[in-house]
Design a protein around this ligand. Structure first.
Ligand code: ARG
Length: 458
């Protein structure tokens, strides 16, 4: 087989299948653009610092630019023989411009090169993730705005707890995705750092300028320590960890959408666009997209576990194990971006069965806390009020009656001070309206949350 770029000290070459096992080109070709970008910045710096002549640098630069054109035209052919994207690009460059291409790798190693490419890749996708998340937040706040007075049962333990505003529910997810945005933004602090110029591990004797290449590539900072620069994959672990937490949020929301569009709940209907039918049962409309997002959370968590495991025992600096860092990230990016987009579309297009939702708060006991609070307001210690209402609920269950069905005379046997106004408090709408505590489901508070939410998006 042909001689490797690093073939000088070798007498024999590996079998093709062994080369194939060691190669990363099948997946790291996704970073071809980043690799060329990194090389362009590097060669510019080599000229700027007098390491390469103007003439040499220009030849290399033009060669790289034409490879870039070929790449966007889909005309670059890569091979296992050249192992990874870095050596594939270098070998294509050599074919194009001849031996001067060999000067590009002056004061550089694949170790800082791969780290640079990977930082550039993750940085760009993190920006895309943040922008998709903001669109999802916008969809949630818009849905919330249209549903401030839409009443639904709030649940704990999947049991009716207290009535809430549907907007309040949507805004809870708004807050989760807001934290996701903040996590990815913080992630950028660690991604937006240039390892370039750290070389193999120890830096270089060449008079390079790491700040020049960092600026050229749009990095906000440079790694302070060359050993750390080529060994660090924290930014990738953080990305996968943030992606995993995001998938937890998406998956929880999917879970609710899935059972809410079931026959038993019928709180919502998903648009046809995000649903599918059955090959045998003609009546079916399945929330496939929501189920798939819930399911895809598994692979994202797996990618996080995978990379944590790859990194945990690695001595400094570069080890070939680290070639396993990329596929999990690529897969996570490919998973979370469409998942967020689909969730945004599902939220925008779903319809709410307001009557069904509200009805569910009117033939149940989710107003029991209201009655206990009412009694406590008459001076009965809350604990005692709780016990009284508990026994009324028990009687109600046995006689198929709700708290609002109990006649006033009965209530007055408990406390003669109980008046007609108790029936107002027992309405689910009143239960929400009367809540004024900060951050509560009260309509006024929900309107305040919407205002704050919109402000935070601008
Ligand atoms: N393909 C390698 C990777 O993805 C590039 C770095 C190789 N460096 C080395 N010294 N073998 O990690």
């Amino acid at each position: 087989s042909t001689k490797k770029l690093w073939g000088g000290r070798f007498e024999e070459s590996a079998a093709a299948w062994i080369d194939h096992f060691g190669a990363s080109i099948s997946f790291d070709k996704l970073m071809a653009n980043e690799d060329i970008e990194g090389s362009l910045a590097h060669v510019k710096m080599l000229n700027e610092t007098g390491i390469l002549t103007e003439q040499e640098a220009t030849e290399i630069e033009n060669g790289l630019l034409s490879l870039k054109d070929n790449l966007s035209a889909g005309k670059l052919e890569f091979s296992d023989q050249n192992e990874d994207i870095h050596m594939n690009i270098e070998s294509l460059l050599t074919k194009k411009i001849g031996p001067v291409a060999g000067k590009l790798h002056t004061a550089r190693s694949r170790n800082d090169q791969v780290a640079t490419d990977f930082h550039l890749y993750v940085k760009k996708r993190t920006t895309a993730v943040i922008s998709e998340l903001k669109k999802l937040q916008k969809a949630l706040v818009e849905k919330a705005e249209a549903n401030v007075e839409t009443i639904m049962p709030g649940y704990t333990h999947m049991q009716h707890a207290q009535p809430i505003s549907y907007a309040h529910y949507l805004l809870a997810y708004f807050e989760m995705f807001k934290r996701d945005v903040e996590r990815f933004e913080f992630n950028q602090k660690h991604t937006d750092v240039s390892p370039l110029g750290s070389c193999a591990l120890a830096g270089t004797t060449w008079p390079i300028d790491r700040f020049f290449t960092a600026k050229e590539l749009g990095f906000a900072d440079v790694y302070a320590n060359s050993l750390d620069a080529v060994s660090d994959r924290d930014f990738a672990l953080e990305f996968l960890s943030n992606a995993s937490i995001l998938m937890v949020h998406l998956s929880r929301l999917c879970e609710e959408l899935i059972y809410w569009c079931s026959y038993e709940f019928s709180y919502i209907e998903m648009s046809d666009e995000y649903s599918t039918g059955s090959s045998i049962m003609p009546q079916k409309k399945n929330p496939d997209m929501a189920e798939l997002i819930r399911g895809k959370s598994g692979r994202v968590f797996g990618n996080l576990m995978g990379l944590l495991t790859v990194m945990k025992g690695l001595p400094l600096a570069y080890n070939k194990d680290m070639q396993e860092d990329k596929e999990g990230i690529f897969d996570a990016v490919k998973t979370i971006i469409p998942s967020i987009k689909i969730m945004t579309g599902m939220i925008e297009t779903l319809t709410v069965n307001k009557e069904k939702m509200q009805k569910a708060t009117e033939d149940d006991f989710s107003n029991a806390t209201e009655l206990a609070d009412y009694l406590a307001g008459k001076g009965i210690p809350f604990r005692q009020a709780h016990a009284i209402v508990g026994s009324l609920v028990l009687q109600g269950i046995k006689s198929h009656a709700c708290l609002q069905d109990i006649p006033l005379e009965e209530y007055q046997k408990i406390d003669p001070e109980i008046g007609e106004d108790v029936y107002y408090d027992l309405q689910s709408k009143a239960a929400i309206e009367r809540r004024k505590s900060y951050g509560s489901t009260g309509f006024e508070q929900v309107r305040h949350q919407i205002k704050q939410a919109k402000k935070s998006l601008n």
